[in-house]
Ligand binder design. Structure first.
Ligand code: 5GP
Ligand code: MN
Length: 332
């Protein structure tokens, strides 16, 4: 919990900070924000990430100093593991021998750290880093603010997803006061893609369809589409949300081919419809309105199973909203 994290920061000196491979804005923004906070407290700190940082985040303060490493190669008193479901997610060897501090806002997080601070009410880990900064008596510098704002804006879909709370907006306001220029951050994220994103979007949207209820939409992305569009990682960010622009569509299943009969799946929903529960049934996880999983098998068959499961969640969500069901069955 937070008090343990404050205490260990006060008692230790050399920190590593890592997040998942192919970090999103929350993973890398929170890591860099924490790094700036630790340095401002006079500690030694560095961010270690396996692989490249996506272009949208390369201009964040401190991004140029992030080290791309395969295994832990320096002595640390503790390593913060940000926004990871388990200790394998960073893709860095040797973490299991370290004193690790798991900081996450996914309720499904395994408590894999030596210390675990999980706050599923936080919109982003970035919000937690801001709280940590306040709890430890740090000053919110412009560097911390820019990194943490990036975390908030990406994880809340520019403050429009249901995880956006009064606290999120209050934190965002404080970050702007500390020097963040919201339009600059938004432009770095949303208006900074290569043309391959548009080409990939055209092809993926060509596959869009709805189930017979019109409530559940689905999208497919083949390996060939990636190849012919020249897509790079991140080009498909947000595609899963596009069908939700339709009033009657309440959930979307987006399947991406990653190998022969292998797929990554993103699930999104509106309102009370809980796709995290659906993802968990298939071995994945996430949040109520945004979840994911990996699945193997015949494409048509697996897509049917997923759509069916999501439709059950939609029907259940609608029944609850109508007041027809008051006791939750185990699956939802
Ligand atoms: P995305 O669809 O953007 O990949 O993921 C949406 C959410 O679901 C994220 O919060 C992510 O952490 C979670 N998620 C995606 N894939 C998996 C998975 O395979 N396992 C678990 N536990 N969570 C996942
Ligand atoms: Mn997050």
């Amino acid at each position: 919990m937070l008090s343990q994290v404050v205490e260990l920061i006060e008692n230790k000196n050399r920190f590593g900070i890592t997040t998942h491979i192919k970090p999103d804005g929350d993973g890398i923004g929170s890591s860099l924000g924490l790094c700036w906070l630790l340095k401002s407290l006079g500690k030694s700190a560095e961010v270690i990430v396996r692989g490249e940082i996506p272009p949208a985040y390369q201009n964040l303060p401190g991004a140029e100093e992030v080290r791309d490493i395969e295994s832990v190669d320096r002595d640390y008193d503790a390593i913060f593991v940000i926004e990871c479901s388990d200790l394998d997610r960073p893709g860095i060897k040797g973490l299991e021998h370290e004193f690790t501090v798991n900081i996450d806002h996914h309720s499904t997080s395994a408590h894999f750290g030596t210390v675990n601070w999980i706050d599923s009410t936080a919109s982003a880990v970035g919000e937690m880093i801001y709280n940590l900064c306040k709890a430890i008596g740090g000053r919110v510098t412009r560097e911390i603010a820019e990194c943490v704002y990036m975390a908030l804006v990406t994880d809340t879909g520019s403050f429009h997803f249901s995880n956006t709370t009064d606290r999120t907006l209050k934190v965002a306001s404080e970050l702007v006061k500390a020097g963040v220029k919201p339009a600059d951050i938004s432009e770095a994220v949303y208006s900074n893609y290569p043309w391959s994103r548009i080409e990939l979007m055209r092809q993926v949207l060509d596959t869009v369809k709805r189930d017979e209820t019109g409530r559940v939409a689905s999208l497919r992305q083949t390996l060939k589409m990636r190849e012919t569009s020249g897509a790079v990682d991140g080009d498909n960010n947000g595609f899963v949300n596009i069908p939700l622009a339709a009033r009657d569509v309440l959930a979307c299943v987006y399947m991406r081919e990653i190998g022969e009969n292998q797929y990554r799946v993103s699930l999104r929903s509106k309102g009370d419809i809980n796709v995290a529960k659906v993802a968990e049934r298939f071995g994945g996880g996430g949040h109520r309105n945004a979840a994911g999983l990996r699945i193997d098998g015949d494409w048509d068959e697996k897509e049917r199973e997923l759509i069916e499961a999501v439709r059950e969640a939609v029907e259940y969500g609608e029944a609850v909203a109508a007041g027809d069901i008051t006791v939750a069955p185990d699956v939802f």
